[in-house]
Write a protein that binds this ligand. Structure first.
Ligand SMILES: CSCCC(=O)C(=O)COP(=O)(O)O
Ligand SMILES: [Mg+2]
Length: 227
């Protein structure tokens, strides 16, 4: 029996185009000035230190770090340090009303229904936990963070690694078979399944012929009680 549902964001609850055409360009546009203005702030200096560690360059200068961050953005690298900094930059955009977090219209009704049914709802994204809370806190439908119990990011591991799903299961205190992961990316679902989880793939656009996972085009079609 499913006790908790863990959802991805990009391509699952929210349009990939919102992330790639709104969020990422906003972070790119403000990255350099944000870092130069806030380099001494504890959260920023911690992210820069973590980036030095990721790069294995303990002596890297701010200029070198900024250059590396642009390269990571070009590669869509799921670097924990980059994701932390992007989340900090996006805060201004949400708060000043530059954008709201995109939600597919089928998402909130299903989340509310599952919440009422007593299921635990969580998020797992490469975006930092702070960035996840912003997207759902300033979503198209307002603040919907009340439906979620927990948020996980790359601090539990990368999304294509089986161990990450074991780590989340451990944190939730639930066995894999009681957990359902929703994602648009079959490699993420493969990793979750290898950890014993149930899986559903969201196909918001083109079909994925390489996938072996049950597929739906909308949250409306997901029936946790049938797993
Ligand atoms: C919190 S929304 C931004 C998501 C993000 O930064 C990202 O890189 C999406 O990665 P995912 O692993 O969730 O596809
Ligand atoms: Mg995704």
């Amino acid at each position: 029996m499913i006790r908790a549902i863990v959802t991805d964001i990009e391509g699952t609850t929210s349009d990939i185009r919102f992330v790639h055409q709104v969020l990422f360009p906003y972070a790119r546009q403000h990255l350099e000035s944000y870092i130069r203005e806030n380099a001494q702030a504890p959260a920023v200096s911690q992210a820069l230190e973590s980036l030095r560690h990721e790069l294995a360059q303990p002596e890297a200068t701010t200029d070198q770090l900024i250059e590396a961050l642009y390269r990571f953005m070009d590669e869509d690298r799921k670097s924990t340090a980059l994701k932390a900094l992007q989340g900090m930059i996006w805060r201004d955009g949400y708060v000043n009303g530059s954008f709201t977090g995109h939600l597919y219209p089928d998402v909130l009704p299903a989340l509310k229904q599952w919440h009422i049914q007593g299921l635990t709802l969580c998020v797992y994204s490469s975006g930092s936990v702070a960035a996840q809370k912003l997207l759902f806190g300033y979503s198209d439908a307002g603040d919907i963070t009340g439906v979620f119990s927990d948020y996980f990011d790359t601090h539990v591991g990368a999304k294509r690694e089986e161990q990450s799903y074991r780590n989340i299961a451990g944190k939730l205190g639930l066995p894999g078979e009681a957990l359902l992961f929703l994602s648009d990316i079959h490699q993420e679902l493969d990793a979750a399944r290898a950890a014993g989880w149930k899986t559903v793939q969201l196909i918001r656009g083109e079909a994925d012929p390489e996938s072996v996972h049950p597929a739906v085009s909308s949250f409306e079609q997901i029936t946790p009680e049938t797993f």
